[in-house]
Design a binder for this molecule. Structure first.
Ligand SMILES: Cc1cc2nc3c(=O)[nH]c(=O)nc-3n(C[C@H](O)[C@H](O)[C@H](O)COP(=O)(O)O)c2cc1C
Length: 319
């Protein structure tokens, strides 16, 4: 997730446990191929490279090929290890769509299949997946045909966030489409969208028969969500006690340790935007943090809130 799933958040999530695969922030193929200044950070797969997937975003088949070749060169030199590559066919941000990237690929089926096949050839033997939204018109047959094409191009799996690109995050995701792909495709299908609890996870996995689940925003709200789901699956009465201040402090330390200074402000604002949901009166600290100039200032706002509301510092995740 852009500005969110960088190494600092991933390390925080890993410290709680329960997660199997992680995704780095999406990396632009043209910047990768052109040697962009910050590309090392976008393809930083530490601390668990074999479980961390790099997501590529590009607007054309050639651009995808150049990005894949840049990754291949980094891997060949030993500078990069990774758990797989994911093609971004789902981003609906206007600036990405304008360049023909993300969900724009859902309108150009043949080219998308070609892009997948080209990347497949350049990176043989590496797990290759795609993440997509449900298509522009919401037609299940068109979605299935698009995904069958990707399967035939040699993808090892795909992840569906079953909303249309025009829907943002407003409308409920159409999980029946995840079930459709899980039934009809021969490759593992991951479902994603609005999973906020172990109940959501169990329900969606049960309803759809999908192979895996992906959690996005909730991983920033509650980086312990994966650990909680795992614990509750073992013991439905499992509980956790989380020190919110200590968690926020660790995030800021990790951010400063692993991200370039130029990223600190945007990444701190983005993380706390979601993390503030753990506070009863989130509105004021969240708004103040969105105006803050850096992680230490953001942390000071968060700490001041908890100083004024000490009973909120320990979050109890009860059964
Ligand atoms: C800040 C932000 C950045 C995102 N960036 C990406 C991205 O780079 N690539 C991608 O495939 N999806 C991206 N997404 C979408 C999420 O991966 C996910 O599909 C969506 O948030 C729904 O899942 P959730 O309800 O679990 O968050 C992003 C979402 C957010 C909120």
């Amino acid at each position: 997730m852009a500005t969110l799933s960088h190494r600092a958040l991933r390390e925080l999530i890993l410290s709680f446990g329960g997660v199997s695969r992680l995704y780095a922030e999406m990396a632009s193929c043209s910047a990768l191929a052109g040697g962009g200044r910050f590309e090392n950070y976008y393809v930083d797969t530490q601390p668990v490279p074999e479980r961390t997937i790099v997501q590529l975003v590009a607007g054309s088949v050639d651009e995808f090929a150049r990005g894949a070749a840049a990754l291949a060169a980094r891997m060949a030199s030993g500078a990069l290890r990774l758990g797989g590559v994911d093609l971004n066919f789902g981003c609906s941000a206007p600036e990405i769509l304008r360049q023909g990237g993300g969900a724009a690929w859902l309108k150009k089926t043949d080219e998308a299949i070609l892009a997948a096949a080209r990347v497949r050839n350049i990176l043989p033997g590496l797990a290759l997946t795609a993440k997509l939204r449900a298509g522009w018109g919401g037609d299940p047959a068109a979605l299935l045909s698009f995904c069958r094409g990707l399967e035939s191009a040699g993808l090892d799996g795909l992840c569906l966030h079953p909303r249309l690109p025009s829907e943002g995050y407003g409308r409920p995701p159409r999980w029946d489409l995840v079930g459709l792909l899980a039934r009809e495709l021969g490759i593992p299908v991951t479902g994603n969208g609005d999973i906020r609890s172990e109940r959501d996870a169990d329900r969606r996995a049960g309803e759809t028969g999908c192979a895996r689940l992906m959690i996005g925003k909730e991983a920033a709200r509650r980086p312990w969500i994966f650990a909680l789901i795992e614990a509750r699956r073992r013991d439905p009465s499992a509980s956790m006690e989380i020190d919110l201040l200590e968690t926020a402090e660790r995030f800021v330390c990790l951010l400063e340790a692993h991200q370039p200074r130029e990223f600190w402000k945007s990444r701190a604002r983005r993380f706390f935007f979601y993390f503030c949901d753990n506070l009863h009166f989130a509105h004021h600290p969240r708004a103040a943090i969105q105006r803050s100039e850096g992680p230490r200032e953001a942390l000071a706002v968060f700490r001041a809130y908890l100083d004024a509301n000490p009973d909120e510092r320990m979050r109890i995740e009860g059964p």
